[in-house]
Structure formats: C-alpha cells, structure tokens
Design a binder for this molecule. Structure first.
Ligand code: PSV
Ligand code: MN
Ligand code: MN
Length: 388
C-alpha cells in the first residue's frame, strides 16, 4: 500500500505553484549574463515554456508577470495564449528599480514628482491586472540608504504608507496588494521594508486586501523562517511565498536545493496553519536559472516543493501533539524527523502515473523534443532576460 494515504493525495492534488515569467529569461550575476539557445524572446514564449512545466507535473497552473518586462500590446491575446497552453496569468510584479529617477527611492522618495511616478506605475500594474484577470499586485521595493544619517528613515516610512494608501485605493474588490520584504540589497545600510514586521505594519494599516509576501531568500542567515510563516498565518496576513533557496544572500537558487530541511519545516507550518486549502496564500517561485536549463530548473523546483509537502503531510500530528503535551522532547522530535526522513519519491512517481502524468517529469521533458524545437525555432530577435 502506498505511503500516500487518500487524505494526503487529496491535499497534494490541490497543490498549485505559480511560476515567475523571469525564470525563463536569461539571468546572471553582475559579472556575466549567459545567453542560452531557445531562450524566450517575448512573454508569449515565456508562457509556452512555463506551460511545459505544468503539463509534465500538473503543479504549475499560473504564471506571474513582471511589468514592464512583460508588457504587451494586446493583453487579451496573451491571456488567450495562456489559456490555450492550459495556464492562467497570475501575480503582477511591479518594478521601481531600473529607472534613474529611483536612485534615491520610489514610493519613499522625498521628491513628489518621482513618488507620483512610482505610484502611477503601480496604478498601471492594476490596470494590467484587470486585463489579465490577476488577483495580486506584488510590490518589492529596492529602497533604502547606504550610510547612517543619509536619510530620515522615519519620514520615509510615512511617505511609504501614504504611497501604499494611494495604490490600495485603486484596487478592485477582488484584487490584493502583497508587500515583499528583504533585509538588504541593493541598499546596504537601511532598507525601507527590511522584515516581516515592517511589511506587516505597513499592510495592516491599509486593510484586509493587503498582505505580506515572504520570500524565503530574504532573511539573515539563521533566521527561523518557519516561525514567521506560523506568525503570519496566525495573523491572517500571509499573502504569498516567493520560494527559492540561498547559501549566502538573495541567491535565487532552486527551492529546496540548499536546505531541503528548511523547506520541510516551512511547509510543516503551512500544514499546521491550515494546509493548502487557504485561498489567501499564493505559492510562487522567485528564481533564476543562470547556468542550468531553465525549464528543467523549474520542473525540479516544483517537484522539490511537492516532495517536501508530501513529507510534511506525513507527520503523525496526533503523536506529535501527544509528545508535545507531555513535554517529551525527544519523542516529539522523533515524530517530526520520521516524516522528514521518509523518501516519498517512489510513491509520488506512482501517484503521478495514476493521474496521467509522467512518473519522472525531468526525464519526460528531456525525451519530449521540446528543447530541440525551441532551440531551432527561436533564432533571431532579442532573448528575454532578467531586467529586460
Ligand atoms: C529582488 O530581490 C527580487 O528577487 C525580489 O525578490 C522580487 O520578488 C524579484 O526580484 C522580482 O522583482
Ligand atoms: Mn521575491
Ligand atoms: Mn529576491
């Protein structure tokens, strides 16, 4: 009998992970961006690539967009293209980090003209969301300062709240604003939204349609991220995850690659906090594939999330609760670790096959001929990239 009980399977069936359009474009470090044959040249091709991930895993039914990188003339054409590929258009990510005007800030800028421009960019994103049918506007701000004394940090918080209020006022009834935090970079001394507390304070003052985005790569080393997950779920303010993994800073590597145990711990808190049924929480990847094949990198990523979710679902919650109540430290830890050490891969492969999906999506992609086709077809034009 499979280790995946019917209850575990029915939860796993609900798993949906949004893919970032930018994962399919070229990316790199500040030293070098490598180009790759077959890289998409426009948002349509990015969506086709993302759809391959969904076709082979059944896990990735939506694609997040980045504005202006994914601006198109005809949104209904993009929407129809996505539908024809079996996916939908998801979170819209704003961008206030690539314009000279934003050197000293955007939503926090002391110059009203620049702050207005940044607010207007977000209003444009909301217009796009109406066209694409997206629910969420995700805001990540590259704002802060490099030197103590450089800026009035408090005044910047006040301006940020005012800017967010203006953006929030434009949201439709079904739309949401999700504010992402990041502890440093590109600013190195202070960042205007550095942590979940600041994001929470800012969104709580806006209202029910504003939530926090937790990017797993945006914390100082050693941070107990699962505690933050628990707390935000407890407060009803976890709007979305940006999954990736990191060794050092904002590495944007394949989720679960650097620290599968951390991913397990995070997903355990998701299960503890209500599971995958919570419509408030969007599970998204925020990754770049600088040196590996991008489509395979995304397939590997969603499978990693699925594998750790399955393990988290295997925790014997009753035994865990009993051990916790009895303050039996080692018994509680043993229950928790038993699930983590369970190899769910064969059972997942079998379950996948039973649902008409390939047992091994990575191998299926390699055998599909898709890569050879895009490498032959996508010649000429400018390849998409992180930042273009
Ligand atoms: C920059 O740190 C970043 O990686 C943020 O995590 C955003 O979510 C992403 O870029 C896309 O704007
Ligand atoms: Mn992110
Ligand atoms: Mn990041």
């Amino acid at each position: 009998m499979s280790i995946l009980t019917p209850a575990v399977r029915s939860t796993l069936e609900k798993q949906a992970i949004e893919l970032p359009s930018w994962a399919f474009g070229n990316s790199g470090t500040r030293f070098k961006v490598f180009t790759t044959p077959g890289t998409p040249r426009d948002p349509f091709e990015k969506i086709s690539d993302a759809a391959q991930v969904n076709r082979l895993t059944g896990l990735a039914p939506a694609v997040a967009l980045h504005i202006p990188w994914d601006l198109v003339d005809d949104w209904s054409a993009l929407r129809e293209h996505a539908a024809s590929e079996g996916v939908t258009l998801g979170t819209v990510n704003s961008n206030t980090f690539q314009d000279d005007d934003y050197k000293f800030g955007a939503l926090t800028h002391e110059d009203d003209r620049i702050r207005r421009k940044a607010i207007d960019h977000h209003l444009t994103c909301i217009d796009v969301m109406h066209e694409t049918g997206s629910r969420d506007l995700k805001i990540w701000l590259a704002e802060g300062s490099n030197y103590p004394g450089q800026n009035d940090m408090r005044a910047r918080q006040d301006r940020l709240q005012d800017s967010l209020q203006q953006i929030y006022a434009h949201l439709g009834d079904e739309q949401r604003l999700v504010l992402e935090y990041k502890f440093f970079e590109p600013a190195f001394y202070h960042t205007d939204v550095p942590d979940w507390g600041t994001s929470y304070v800012q969104v709580a003052a806006l209202g029910d349609k504003a939530m926090v985005c937790l990017d797993t790569g945006h914390h100082a080393p050693g941070t107990n991220i699962e505690f933050i997950v628990m707390q935000l779920l407890r407060l009803g303010k976890l709007g979305s995850f940006d999954f990736n993994s990191r060794f050092y800073a904002d590495d944007d590597l394949i989720v679960g690659a650097a620290d599968p145990f951390q991913l397990y711990r995070i997903l355990s808190e998701v299960i503890r906090g209500g599971g995958l049924d919570n419509p408030d929480v969007v599970f998204m990847l925020d990754q770049c594939h600088n040196i590996e094949n991008k489509i395979l990198g995304q397939i590997r990523s969603v499978l990693n999330v699925q594998e750790m979710t399955a393990r988290a679902l295997l925790v014997d919650r009753e035994a865990l609760a009993a051990a916790q109540t009895a303050n039996d430290v080692l018994a509680a830890q043993a229950v928790y670790m038993d699930a983590f050490y369970t190899d769910v891969r064969p059972a997942l492969a079998e379950w996948r096959e039973g649902r008409g999906l390939p047992a091994d999506p990575m191998a299926a992609y390699l055998a599909s001929g898709y890569q050879a086709r895009i490498e032959a077809e996508r010649v000429g034009g400018v390849q998409a990239g992180w930042g273009a």
